[in-house]
Ligand binder design. Structure first.
Ligand code: ZN
Length: 132
């Protein structure tokens, strides 16, 4: 298991890029909308990892709820696992609560699942399956 990306909730990707791209010098690889997650994502590669700026596309977006409650900032950490179904199975019966019992599809159509932050000491954790 290794870090895949860090997700940062922002009100506006364009505004945030002024800081991260123009200011801090990160390079922008792509901006993608994931309709079913109601989010627009700006991907900034960092070697093996990446930073993702997450902007809500809908008032019902989980990112909108996060911004309303906590403001901009680190939203989640994502770790890469070899076999997501197996990983989720390992967590059954533990105190860790899986939010997506059936993995959903994230960027590049990769399988992802989130864990409830209340069960992971306040950190929203995402698992993504390694590229096959
Ligand atoms: Zn993510």
């Amino acid at each position: 298991m290794r870090l895949d990306h860090i997700g940062i909730a922002v009100n506006s990707i364009e505004e945030a890029l002024k800081t991260y791209q123009s200011g801090l010098g990160f390079s922008l690889a792509d901006i993608v909308t994931i309709d079913h997650q109601k989010v627009r994502v700006a991907v900034m590669p960092l070697g093996e990892y990446s930073l993702e700026l997450l902007e809500p596309t809908d008032p019902l977006s989980p990112i909108r709820k996060f911004l309303d409650k906590r403001g901009e900032g680190i939203h989640h950490l994502c770790f890469q696992v070899r076999n997501l179904a197996e990983k989720l199975q390992q967590l059954e019966g533990t105190s860790v609560q899986v939010l997506d019992a059936v993995p959903c599809r994230g960027l590049e159509n990769r399988k992802v699942a989130f864990l409830h932050p209340k069960s992971t000491h306040g950190v929203l954790i995402e698992f993504v399956e390694e590229k096959q």
